[in-house]
Design a protein. Structure first.
Length: 151
């Protein structure tokens, strides 16, 4: 899901809306939420057991949990986001929406979020510029799908 305010704020075209929808559908198809919950539960269990075995207190376990969340979980999340971008772009093209809209969408997002994004290492999402580069690299693969869909 995404909020309709995004449509108005960025003045999105139909193809740009399709890019967002394809991305969100890809998350659902790949079950990213379930996967992230399983990883978090496993990490929390491992940290708790490790802290108990080493005789560390709750503060140490909490610190380890924060470190996991800031450094490791965000990397998994960035990987999921990149995968959702890739699959979503293909879904968009197959549905007959112009996949080049992924580039314009992320250019609009970069402009709207200028100066407010954390460094990619600490973010759960790839940097906008990296997303643009990834989409541009995928265009030769998905443009034939788009061409076939609009015939």
């Amino acid at each position: 899901m995404f909020y309709s305010g995004l449509i108005q704020q960025l003045d999105l075209s139909d193809s740009e809306i399709a890019i967002v929808m394809g991305h969100e559908i890809a998350h659902a198809l790949r079950e990213h939420s379930r996967e992230q919950m399983s990883q978090a539960l496993a990490a929390q269990t491992a940290i708790g057991v490790g802290a108990a075995l080493l005789g560390l207190g709750k503060a140490s376990a909490d610190l380890a949990g924060s470190g996991y969340q800031a450094l490791i979980a965000t990397r998994f999340s960035r990987t999921d986001e990149t995968e959702a971008d890739r699959i979503g772009l293909e879904l968009t093209a197959r549905a007959g929406y112009d996949p080049r809209a992924g580039v314009t969408l992320w250019q609009k997002m970069i402009t709207a979020n200028q100066g407010t994004s954390p460094p990619e290492l600490l973010s759960s999402h790839p940097a906008g510029a990296n997303r643009v580069r990834e989409i541009e690299a995928l265009l030769p693969t998905v443009m034939p799908l788009y061409s076939a869909a609009i015939k």
